[in-house]
Design a binder for this molecule. Sequence first.
Ligand code: TIU
Length: 240
Amino acid sequence: MSPDVLPIAAEPYEFPLALDRCALLIIDMQRDFLEPGGFGAMLGNDVSLLRRTIEPNRQLLAAWRASGLPVLHTREGHRSDLADLPPSKKERGHGAVSIGDSGPMGRILVRGEPGHDIIGELAPAPGEPVIDKPGKGAFFATDLQAILQSRGIRQLVVTGVTTEVCVHTTVREANDRGYECLVLEDCAGSYFPEFHAMALKMITAQGGIFGWVAPSANVIAALDAHRDAGFVKTKVTMAS
Ligand code: TIU
Protein backbone atom coordinates (compact mmCIF):
# COMPACT_ATOMS: atom_id res chain seq x y z
CA MET A 1 0.00 0.00 0.00
CA SER A 2 1.36 3.44 -0.90
CA PRO A 3 2.56 5.51 2.06
CA ASP A 4 -0.29 7.99 1.63
CA VAL A 5 -2.97 5.31 1.73
CA LEU A 6 -3.63 4.45 5.35
CA PRO A 7 -5.15 1.05 6.10
CA ILE A 8 -8.05 1.62 8.53
CA ALA A 9 -9.39 -1.41 10.40
CA ALA A 10 -13.11 -1.41 9.58
CA GLU A 11 -16.15 -3.57 8.85
CA PRO A 12 -16.60 -5.49 6.62
CA TYR A 13 -12.88 -5.21 5.77
CA GLU A 14 -9.99 -2.74 5.81
CA PHE A 15 -10.71 0.73 4.39
CA PRO A 16 -7.83 2.14 2.30
CA LEU A 17 -7.90 5.84 3.33
CA ALA A 18 -6.30 7.68 0.40
CA LEU A 19 -5.04 10.99 1.74
CA ASP A 20 -4.91 12.66 -1.67
CA ARG A 21 -8.61 12.10 -2.40
CA CYS A 22 -10.53 11.83 0.88
CA ALA A 23 -12.68 14.36 2.75
CA LEU A 24 -14.47 14.45 6.07
CA LEU A 25 -18.20 15.11 5.66
CA ILE A 26 -19.93 16.11 8.89
CA ILE A 27 -23.69 15.87 8.57
CA ASP A 28 -26.12 18.27 10.26
CA MET A 29 -24.47 18.76 13.67
CA GLN A 30 -26.90 21.65 14.18
CA ARG A 31 -28.48 23.12 17.27
CA ASP A 32 -31.88 22.21 15.78
CA PHE A 33 -31.03 18.51 16.19
CA LEU A 34 -28.80 18.56 19.29
CA GLU A 35 -30.40 21.14 21.58
CA PRO A 36 -33.84 21.42 23.20
CA GLY A 37 -36.43 23.51 21.37
CA GLY A 38 -35.38 22.66 17.82
CA PHE A 39 -36.58 20.43 15.02
CA GLY A 40 -35.52 17.15 16.68
CA ALA A 41 -37.34 17.99 19.88
CA MET A 42 -40.36 19.21 17.90
CA LEU A 43 -40.63 15.71 16.43
CA GLY A 44 -40.88 14.30 19.96
CA ASN A 45 -37.27 13.17 20.33
CA ASP A 46 -34.91 13.26 23.32
CA VAL A 47 -32.06 15.37 21.94
CA SER A 48 -29.69 14.36 24.73
CA LEU A 49 -29.28 11.00 22.94
CA LEU A 50 -27.30 12.72 20.19
CA ARG A 51 -24.93 14.63 22.41
CA ARG A 52 -22.57 11.67 22.94
CA THR A 53 -21.38 12.27 19.36
CA ILE A 54 -20.03 15.76 20.05
CA GLU A 55 -16.76 14.89 21.79
CA PRO A 56 -15.73 12.10 19.35
CA ASN A 57 -16.46 14.46 16.43
CA ARG A 58 -14.44 17.20 18.09
CA GLN A 59 -11.43 14.91 18.52
CA LEU A 60 -11.71 13.55 15.00
CA LEU A 61 -11.99 17.03 13.54
CA ALA A 62 -8.86 18.14 15.43
CA ALA A 63 -6.82 15.22 14.07
CA TRP A 64 -8.23 15.65 10.56
CA ARG A 65 -7.46 19.36 10.49
CA ALA A 66 -3.99 18.78 11.96
CA SER A 67 -3.30 16.52 8.97
CA GLY A 68 -4.42 19.29 6.60
CA LEU A 69 -7.20 17.17 5.09
CA PRO A 70 -10.40 18.71 3.67
CA VAL A 71 -13.55 19.07 5.76
CA LEU A 72 -17.09 19.77 4.58
CA HIS A 73 -20.11 20.43 6.78
CA THR A 74 -23.80 20.13 5.95
CA ARG A 75 -26.88 21.77 7.42
CA GLU A 76 -30.49 20.78 6.84
CA GLY A 77 -32.76 23.77 6.47
CA HIS A 78 -34.93 25.94 4.29
CA ARG A 79 -35.13 29.39 2.78
CA SER A 80 -36.80 31.95 5.01
CA ASP A 81 -39.68 32.20 2.52
CA LEU A 82 -39.99 28.38 2.70
CA ALA A 83 -40.13 28.26 -1.10
CA ASP A 84 -37.97 25.11 -1.06
CA LEU A 85 -40.05 23.33 1.60
CA PRO A 86 -42.29 20.66 0.10
CA PRO A 87 -45.81 20.80 1.59
CA SER A 88 -45.43 17.11 2.42
CA LYS A 89 -42.42 17.87 4.64
CA LYS A 90 -44.14 20.84 6.28
CA GLU A 91 -47.22 18.77 7.14
CA ARG A 92 -45.50 15.51 8.12
CA GLY A 93 -46.10 14.51 11.73
CA HIS A 94 -49.18 16.68 12.22
CA GLY A 95 -47.39 18.41 15.12
CA ALA A 96 -48.59 21.59 16.82
CA VAL A 97 -45.50 23.36 15.44
CA SER A 98 -43.70 22.67 12.18
CA ILE A 99 -40.78 23.83 10.03
CA GLY A 100 -40.75 27.61 9.71
CA ASP A 101 -42.64 28.21 12.97
CA SER A 102 -40.99 30.18 15.77
CA GLY A 103 -39.31 28.34 18.62
CA PRO A 104 -36.80 29.13 21.36
CA MET A 105 -33.91 29.06 18.84
CA GLY A 106 -35.72 31.06 16.17
CA ARG A 107 -37.72 29.73 13.24
CA ILE A 108 -37.39 25.96 13.09
CA LEU A 109 -35.02 24.59 10.42
CA VAL A 110 -34.79 27.95 8.64
CA ARG A 111 -31.45 29.20 7.30
CA GLY A 112 -29.95 32.10 9.23
CA GLU A 113 -31.81 31.29 12.45
CA PRO A 114 -29.82 30.41 15.60
CA GLY A 115 -31.16 26.82 15.68
CA HIS A 116 -29.97 26.18 12.13
CA ASP A 117 -26.36 26.88 13.11
CA ILE A 118 -23.78 24.17 13.59
CA ILE A 119 -23.01 23.68 17.30
CA GLY A 120 -20.12 25.78 18.60
CA GLU A 121 -17.95 22.74 19.42
CA LEU A 122 -17.83 21.81 15.71
CA ALA A 123 -17.99 25.26 14.13
CA PRO A 124 -16.67 25.28 10.56
CA ALA A 125 -13.22 26.81 10.12
CA PRO A 126 -12.57 29.41 7.41
CA GLY A 127 -12.29 27.67 4.05
CA GLU A 128 -14.38 24.64 5.04
CA PRO A 129 -17.44 24.53 2.77
CA VAL A 130 -20.86 24.44 4.42
CA ILE A 131 -23.46 22.71 2.27
CA ASP A 132 -27.01 23.93 2.91
CA LYS A 133 -29.43 21.20 1.95
CA PRO A 134 -33.23 21.21 1.88
CA GLY A 135 -33.51 17.41 2.07
CA LYS A 136 -32.12 14.53 4.04
CA GLY A 137 -29.44 13.62 1.49
CA ALA A 138 -26.53 16.03 1.03
CA PHE A 139 -26.44 15.56 -2.76
CA PHE A 140 -30.07 16.53 -3.41
CA ALA A 141 -30.44 20.14 -4.59
CA THR A 142 -26.92 21.15 -3.48
CA ASP A 143 -23.51 21.81 -5.03
CA LEU A 144 -21.81 19.07 -3.01
CA GLN A 145 -20.96 16.92 -6.02
CA ALA A 146 -19.51 19.87 -7.95
CA ILE A 147 -17.27 20.72 -4.98
CA LEU A 148 -16.11 17.11 -4.55
CA GLN A 149 -15.40 16.75 -8.27
CA SER A 150 -13.45 19.97 -8.50
CA ARG A 151 -11.29 18.85 -5.56
CA GLY A 152 -10.77 15.31 -6.91
CA ILE A 153 -12.38 13.79 -3.83
CA ARG A 154 -13.44 10.15 -4.19
CA GLN A 155 -13.70 8.99 -0.57
CA LEU A 156 -15.87 10.36 2.23
CA VAL A 157 -15.43 9.79 5.93
CA VAL A 158 -18.95 10.48 7.14
CA THR A 159 -20.13 11.48 10.63
CA GLY A 160 -23.09 13.33 12.13
CA VAL A 161 -26.78 12.99 12.79
CA THR A 162 -28.97 11.16 12.50
CA THR A 163 -27.51 7.81 11.54
CA GLU A 164 -30.56 6.32 9.86
CA VAL A 165 -31.90 9.55 8.34
CA CYS A 166 -29.47 12.15 6.93
CA VAL A 167 -26.27 10.14 7.35
CA HIS A 168 -27.78 7.06 5.70
CA THR A 169 -29.48 8.98 2.90
CA THR A 170 -26.23 10.78 2.13
CA VAL A 171 -24.16 7.59 2.18
CA ARG A 172 -26.63 5.93 -0.19
CA GLU A 173 -26.52 8.92 -2.53
CA ALA A 174 -22.70 9.00 -2.40
CA ASN A 175 -22.40 5.26 -2.99
CA ASP A 176 -24.54 5.46 -6.12
CA ARG A 177 -22.30 8.25 -7.38
CA GLY A 178 -19.17 6.12 -6.97
CA TYR A 179 -17.82 7.54 -3.70
CA GLU A 180 -16.35 5.21 -1.10
CA CYS A 181 -17.84 5.99 2.32
CA LEU A 182 -16.45 5.17 5.75
CA VAL A 183 -18.96 5.92 8.53
CA LEU A 184 -17.54 6.44 12.02
CA GLU A 185 -19.86 4.71 14.45
CA ASP A 186 -19.16 6.78 17.59
CA CYS A 187 -19.34 10.04 15.61
CA ALA A 188 -22.84 9.26 14.28
CA GLY A 189 -25.94 9.21 16.43
CA SER A 190 -29.67 8.61 16.42
CA TYR A 191 -32.61 9.37 18.68
CA PHE A 192 -33.22 5.60 18.43
CA PRO A 193 -30.23 3.47 19.49
CA GLU A 194 -31.69 0.41 17.76
CA PHE A 195 -31.99 2.30 14.48
CA HIS A 196 -28.37 3.48 14.84
CA ALA A 197 -27.18 -0.11 15.26
CA MET A 198 -29.27 -1.42 12.37
CA ALA A 199 -28.36 1.46 10.06
CA LEU A 200 -24.67 0.69 10.57
CA LYS A 201 -25.30 -3.01 9.95
CA MET A 202 -27.09 -2.16 6.71
CA ILE A 203 -24.02 -0.28 5.49
CA THR A 204 -21.57 -3.14 6.07
CA ALA A 205 -23.86 -6.09 5.21
CA GLN A 206 -23.44 -7.97 1.94
CA GLY A 207 -19.74 -7.21 1.70
CA GLY A 208 -20.19 -3.48 2.37
CA ILE A 209 -23.20 -2.84 0.18
CA PHE A 210 -23.13 0.89 1.03
CA GLY A 211 -19.64 1.23 2.53
CA TRP A 212 -17.52 0.69 5.63
CA VAL A 213 -17.94 1.33 9.39
CA ALA A 214 -15.21 1.86 12.00
CA PRO A 215 -14.67 3.59 15.36
CA SER A 216 -13.12 7.05 15.06
CA ALA A 217 -10.14 5.91 17.16
CA ASN A 218 -8.95 3.83 14.19
CA VAL A 219 -8.82 6.89 11.93
CA ILE A 220 -7.35 9.20 14.57
CA ALA A 221 -4.58 6.70 15.43
CA ALA A 222 -3.69 6.25 11.75
CA LEU A 223 -3.57 10.01 11.13
CA ASP A 224 -1.57 10.69 14.30
CA ALA A 225 0.99 8.02 13.39
CA HIS A 226 1.25 9.34 9.85
CA ARG A 227 1.78 12.92 11.10
CA ASP A 228 4.42 11.64 13.53
CA ALA A 229 6.14 10.20 10.46
CA GLY A 230 6.17 13.69 8.94
CA PHE A 231 2.99 13.92 6.88
CA VAL A 232 0.84 17.03 6.70
CA LYS A 233 -1.05 17.60 3.48
CA THR A 234 -0.39 20.92 1.79
CA LYS A 235 -3.54 22.80 2.59
CA VAL A 236 -5.93 23.41 -0.25
CA THR A 237 -8.10 26.39 0.59
CA MET A 238 -11.72 25.90 -0.24
CA ALA A 239 -13.95 28.92 -0.55
CA SER A 240 -17.04 28.54 1.62
N1 TIU B 1 -35.49 13.28 12.31
C1 TIU B 1 -34.28 12.79 12.11
O1 TIU B 1 -33.90 11.77 12.68
N2 TIU B 1 -33.41 13.43 11.30
C2 TIU B 1 -33.66 14.48 10.47
O2 TIU B 1 -34.79 14.94 10.32
N3 TIU B 1 -32.60 15.04 9.83
C3 TIU B 1 -31.30 14.54 9.91
O3 TIU B 1 -31.08 13.39 10.15
N4 TIU B 1 -30.32 15.44 9.79
